[in-house]
Design a protein around this ligand. Structure first.
Ligand code: PRP
Length: 218
């Protein structure tokens, strides 16, 4: 039996998905050692391998088949646009991709003015403004703390993730429009899906059962 390799988005995504895996009998004791500098972890018995990667790299590993399966946010899947199968909504990590800014920018949006949009997600922002709203905008790519873009006058609005809304609130910004809802997803390499259909399908069925038990049917 060959190894099934999982790429997990670093941080809360990996922590929550490992907890879910444990509940369906997939454990990886090696990964629980907080001080380890190892990058890859193996469960010999089940022939599984796990590694942690930066979120945007997860779809890349999965597309090239270096990982069979990935756990990553829907925001990253949409932004990376890789050739991968999205097979399951894991239900956790719920948040929203939104257009945000000062209240004064609401008028600019309404009148379809040529505005500046700062974002970590240029592809999602472009798709939203060009294809859905048919509005020409100038997109400025940032790498983090995107709210700053709207505060210091780099851009009229931002396209960013809103979870609790507290970052916006503390900085005098508001949600102006909602782009789409987001949650953590399981993605699979298209070739792995064919070669390992039975093992992957069983995993999906077990996870689906767990999600239904915790939150009602999906
Ligand atoms: C994310 C996002 C917002 C914030 C939203 O940033 O980009 O800034 O969380 O969360 P809230 O609605 O609960 O306040 P993250 O902490 O990932 O860091 P980043 O700004 O560097 O991307």
């Amino acid at each position: 039996m060959r190894y099934l390799t999982f790429a997990l988005g670093k941080g809360r995504l990996a922590k929550t998905s490992l907890k879910m895996f444990e509940e369906i009998g997939i454990t990886c004791e090696e990964m629980k050692d907080k001080d380890t500098r190892r990058l890859i972890f193996v469960n010999e018995e089940l022939k599984l391998r796990f590694f942690l990667a930066k979120g945007p790299d997860v779809p890349t590993y999965v597309e090239y088949g270096a990982a069979d399966i990935g756990i990553v946010g829907r925001d990253t899947i949409l932004e990376e646009g890789r050739n991968i199968y999205e097979v399951l909504d894991l239900g956790f990590g719920a948040c929203r991709m939104c257009v945000c800014g000062p209240e004064s920018s609401r008028e600019l949006l309404r009148h379809h003015e040529q505005i500046r949009v700062a974002t970590k997600y240029p592809r999602i922002a472009k798709d939203y403004f060009y294809n859905k709203k048919h509005q020409t905008v100038e997109i400025i790519k940032l790498n983090g703390s995107v709210e700053l873009g709207a505060i210091v006058g780099l851009a009229d609005v931002i396209v960013d993730i809103v979870e609790t809304g507290s970052t916006l609130k503390e900085n005098g910004l508001v949600v102006l429009e909602e782009v789409c809802p987001l949650t953590a997803r399981m993605v699979v390499n298209p070739v792995s899906m064919k070669l390992e259909q039975e093992r992957i399908q069983r995993l999906i069925t077990n996870l689906r059962g767990l999600i239904a038990k915790d939150h009602g049917p999906v």
